[in-house]
Design a protein around this ligand. Sequence first.
Ligand code: HEM
Length: 160
Amino acid sequence: MIDISTNHNLFVIARALHVIAVVLWIGGVAFVTTVVIPYLKNSHSPESRLHIFESVEGKFSFQAKLTTLLTGLSGFYLQYVTNAVTSIQWWVYLMVFVWAIFMTVLFVLEPLFLHNWFHRQAEINSEKTFFILQIMHIVLLAISLIVVFVGVAGVHGLFY
Ligand code: HEM
């Protein structure tokens, strides 16, 4: 027989873990976007700029992969549990969309070619490459924050 209270506790724990994973992951993206990139753009030579960025990115990469996986696992679990009573809400599709973008960048595009492409471009034209990098980060951060807003609003009944 299904134990409702145990399931409910698991659901609440999964929800808290989901939020912690999102905080660490999107918080890291926010820090890189609003602090690291502007700092490097304004105060470093092209060579040290590239070197520092790749070192910082290398350190964040593992954390980003881990928190993205944890967000997905907890998210799919939450959906699996709630699906018993409701159908999939439109804002959950938005979460999966943002998650899929990051998964593709972190696990497919980066190792396949993005890392090398960025390195080459930064050596050829540092200003332009860091500008593109900054725009991409701003766009990803903006989409992520919209999804956080819509997610919280959705869960807490704003759209009913
Ligand atoms: C595979 C990807 C994901 C799935 C399947 C998923 C699924 C879910 C589900 C089902 C809920 C609702 C839980 C409930 O009814 O209480 C939820 C909540 C939430 N999710 Fe996701 N999610 C995913 C990724 C993301 C991403 C990428 C973000 C942020 C960028 C995010 C942010 C949130 C937030 C902020 C909440 C609301 C928490 C609350 O206020 O209690 N999720 N997620």
